[in-house]
Design a protein around this ligand. Structure first.
Ligand code: ADP
Length: 161
């Protein structure tokens, strides 16, 4: 079974990494797909996100990192993939995720979205929270891998955020 785990990953957090690790055990091949959407004004470029994700997943042989723009269902088709993995945190994620899943299903009935519940320790963890803490000099060591923290600090020190 081949699956795609799409997202903004701006930046990747321990929450993302947990979903990737668990999903990789259930699938033969997992593509972590970084959405290229400049209108979201991301802190990290797609190339930076890909670099970080490749480094973070280098020891998981069945994980591949790629980027996509446009419709996710088209990316799935191009990669011969019928499963989309999404992580769910608190109930607040549910309505949004349900809407996207049903929309994707309407566009391509062969594609299934599978939801994985977050690990309890990542329940309130999001990329935006991490960015906010980093910008204001707070402590967030437990939220992201070390290489992501170093990159974030570099951005903050350079005044790029
Ligand atoms: P998007 O902009 O597509 O929501 P994100 O990078 O914010 O992109 O999230 C990608 C996926 O990872 C989504 O399915 C999201 O629910 C999931 N996710 C994000 N943070 C966590 C977390 N702390 N625990 C589990 N899943 C998460």
């Amino acid at each position: 079974m081949k699956a795609v785990y799409p997202g903004s990953f701006d930046p990747p957090t321990n929450g993302h990494l947990d979903i990737i690790t668990r999903a990789s055990k259930l699938t033969d091949n997992l593509i972590v797909a970084v959405l290229n959407n400049p209108s979201k004004k991301p802190m990290f470029t797609v190339d930076e996100k890909i670099e970080m994700l490749k480094e973070l997943t280098k020891d998981i042989p069945n994980v591949k990192v790629a980027s996509f723009s446009g419709l996710l269902v088209d990316f799935c088709k191009q990669n011969d993939c019928k499963i989309i993995i999404r992580g769910l945190r608190a109930l607040t994620d549910f309505e949004y995720e349900f809407q996207i899943a049903l929309t994707n299903k309407t566009m391509d009935k062969d594609i299934e979205t599978l939801f994985m519940p977050t690990d309890t320790q990542n329940l309130w963890l999001s990329s935006s929270v991490v960015k906010e803490i980093a910008t204001f000099g707070g402590k967030y060591d437990a939220m992201v891998p070390k290489i992501v923290k170093d990159r974030l600090e570099e951005k903050v020190n350079k005044g790029e955020c």
